[in-house]
Design a protein around this ligand. Structure first.
Ligand SMILES: [Zn+2]
Length: 345
């Protein structure tokens, strides 16, 4: 049974404006889940472990052992995950374009998962991007999602794709084109945050700034903090630039899924996790705007077995921060983004 207040919260989360979903905010969608998340965060803290809210991971809904994965979350102190469906190419078809499977995760493990939309990835996003956005609009209009998935606008082949020879996965969609306009407008209308995979390159920065300025109400999570795969293409990006960007655009967030200090991107031969080479500078930016940095694991359908090692990697980074700062980045910033309030425990 839902009470009147919950019913009204649900109604305000779902108001159709010109056919497009208009959610009040993520907090309304998340209100029924709040106590469960708090319980879980508190339980992990009681064990003396730093809880983590992972704002950006994905999975293949046809190839996940959910109970085993949940045990892995428990073992690694991962309190809550935004684990979004990436519809796999083998399952994708004209009639099977969008999956609500994430809502099943939330139903079965309501303390563990956030209701997050599908990832904007190949093939749904690259083959029929406009259709994907319309499918997403329809899904958001049900008022059951609190967050959108990760959209690949500029994406070099990942290290695992390079290993598999999948070099076609070189995505380049203008963020200031019609698809970007649609997505930013959806975020602005619904109040739901979305994630972007957007390689750090000098030529890509002005279009991103244009969109952030044009849609000041769109909450954007730029994934993979300081991950630069070709240093020569990103000469203008550094701590000063990012700090300026965060100060000019209050709705910009950064997720901290990036590799360890020795990780090399095969196609350039460069160490791509730039955080480690300039730790003091980057830590100063985080300290200046801690609630804009979000912990993320970047688990994916082709790397579900890396929960242990990637959690360790994330904790290496968090352990490199002063503890009060690590607490914010690990879970308090995500709470504030999602609920619009300071974590009450
Ligand atoms: Zn990504």
């Amino acid at each position: 049974m839902i009470n009147r207040r919950q019913f009204l919260a649900g109604m305000s989360a779902l108001t159709l404006v010109g056919g497009r979903a208009r959610a009040g905010d993520a907090a309304a969608v998340l209100a029924p889940l709040r106590q469960g998340y708090l319980r879980r965060i508190g339980a992990i803290k009681a064990q003396g472990v730093l809880p983590i809210i992972d704002i950006e991971s994905s999975y293949n809904p046809y190839r996940i052992d959910v109970p085993s994965f949940v045990r892995g979350m428990d073992d690694n102190g991962i309190a809550v995950m935004a684990l979004s469906v990436d519809m796999p190419g083998k399952a994708y078809s004209e009639t099977n374009r969008w999956s609500d499977h994430c809502l099943d995760l939330v139903r079965d493990y309501p303390d563990h998962f956030l209701p997050v939309g599908n990832g904007g990835v190949h093939p749904a996003w690259t083959k029929s991007p406009q259709q994907f956005l319309e499918d997403q609009d329809a899904a958001l209009a049900t008022g059951r999602y609190a967050l959108m998935g990760e959209f690949e606008f500029r994406h070099y082949p990942s290290p695992r794709q390079v290993e598999r020879g999948e070099l076609f996965r070189d995505v380049n969609i203008p963020i200031d084109g019609p698809l970007g306009e649609h997505l930013f407008a959806t975020a602005q209308h619904t109040g739901l945050a979305f994630q972007i995979h957007y390689e750090i390159e000098d030529v890509l920065l002005p279009p991103l700034e244009t969109m952030l300025a044009r849609y000041p109400g769109a909450k954007v999570i730029w994934c993979h903090f300081a991950q630069i795969r070709y240093g020569g293409r990103a000469l203008s990006y550094g701590p000063d630039y990012l700090r300026g960007l965060l100060e000019r655009f209050p709705n910009l967030y950064v997720d901290t899924a990036f590799g360890g200090p020795d990780g090399v991107y095969q196609l350039s031969g460069e160490r791509h996790a730039h955080y480690w080479a300039e730790r003091d500078g980057w830590r100063r930016v985080i300290a200046a705007h801690p609630y804009r940095f979000l912990a993320a694991l970047d688990i994916g359908g082709d790397r579900m077995d890396r929960l242990n090692s990637w959690s360790r990697n994330l904790r290496d980074f968090l352990g490199d921060l002063p503890s009060a700062l690590a607490e914010i980045v690990a879970y308090k910033s995500a709470w504030k983004l999602l609920y619009g309030e300071d974590l009450p425990i």
